[in-house]
Design a binder for this molecule. Structure first.
Ligand SMILES: *[C@@H]1O[C@H](CO)[C@@H](O)[C@H](O)[C@H]1NC(C)=O
Length: 328
């Protein structure tokens, strides 16, 4: 009888009644999230030698679940892990330092990829390949993966003469490069040069047949870390002149909402596939910089009449919003 009453009560709740507040998880810089087969999967920088994922059926549930280890490696200083589903398996791209390198020297970062045993995002994952460009063995970080006209490309950031550029590199599959990396974007505007001259964290965004890359600009150590936008407007993804950079930032600090240094984002769809959502990290005060104090936040975004993503301003923490459409 109790059970029947409970079901009747539930039937009165509108199906979209779920709510959430930011942050969605504490201590989770460089967040990346996917919604897959009924669950959200959130993965982030740990600075360690293992990778954890939070799995929950609701956005609001992520903060109360364990961050479960899915992969360990011989090395240290894990940054910016992402999982991408390619040909039925998940690939975990990450940057980290080899065990014989000095943790105080950030220049030790290189990109790598691990492979899941099945189509379960929780893995387990096993090491698959180093993704270092043999023509340039300097620092590489923030690996991501993009599909353009049926071809696959690795993206990331690399350090050259004290500044960070974005790169793009052709791949046969997530673990087999077919050529050298090419420059995708270099900082040009003043808003990309605050604190340090940096383009990093490139993330693919597809909409209505158009291909965008959203990236992070300036130094994460200041409050002016932010997001910028590139669009593929030509025929050759490996030629940076075939990409257009938008002249103004897409997303940046909000004094009003006490959100500082919002950036290094990812994208995910609502459970019913109708909404586009942004996941990103930010600080509550403008002095926390690139530390593990950065928490991850989610917010819905829209598109302009011209087909450009509109992220708005970073929402304040502790405010209740409606959860992604289609959550149970
Ligand atoms: C999440 O789990 C991984 C793997 O165990 C660990 O390395 C990382 O430090 C954890 N992150 C947090 C914020 O607890």
């Amino acid at each position: 009888m109790m059970k029947i009453l409970f079901c009747l009560l539930l039937a009165w709740v509108p199906s979209n009644a779920n709510q959430y507040q930011n942050p969605i998880a504490p201590s989770s810089p460089d967040p990346w999230m996917q919604y897959y087969n009924g669950f959200y999967y959130l993965i982030a920088t740990s600075w360690g030698s293992s990778v954890g994922i939070r799995k929950a059926s609701t956005l609001d549930g992520l903060k109360s679940v364990d961050n479960t280890s899915v992969y360990s490696f011989d090395g240290h200083s894990l940054w910016a892990p992402e999982i991408h589903l390619v040909d039925g398996k998940w690939y975990l791209f990450y940057s980290a330092c080899a065990s014989d390198t000095d943790p105080a020297n950030w220049g030790c970062h290189r990109n790598h990829v691990a492979e899941s045993a099945s189509d379960d995002p929780m893995g387990p994952y096993t090491f698959k390949a180093d993704l270092i460009d043999p023509n340039d063995e300097n620092m590489e970080l923030d690996p991501s993966y993009i599909f353009i006209n049926g071809e696959q490309y690795l993206m990331g950031s690399y350090n050259i003469n004290g500044l960070a550029n974005l790169f793009i590199r052709p791949m046969a599959n997530p673990y087999t490069p077919t050529g050298a990396k090419r420059m995708l974007s270099t900082p040009t505007y003043d808003w990309e040069k605050e604190g340090e001259t940096i383009n990093e964290g490139p993330e693919p965004l597809y909409h209505d047949g158009r291909i965008f890359v959203v990236y992070s600009a300036s130094s994460c150590s200041g409050a002016n870390y932010k997001l910028g936008l590139l669009e593929f407007v030509g025929t050759d993804p490996l030629d940076s002149t075939h990409w257009q950079k938008y002249p103004t930032p897409l997303f940046q600090r909000s004094e009003e909402n006490h959100v500082y240094g919002p950036g290094h984002n990812g994208f995910f769809k609502s459970p019913d596939g109708t909404e586009d959502w942004l996941v990103y990290h930010a600080n509550d005060v403008n002095t926390e910089g690139c530390t593990m104090a950065r928490s991850s936040r989610a917010q819905k975004f829209t598109w302009s009449d011209d087909g450009i993503p509109v992220f708005g301003i970073p929402e304040a923490t502790g405010v209740t919003y409606e959860s992604p459409s289609g959550e149970n």
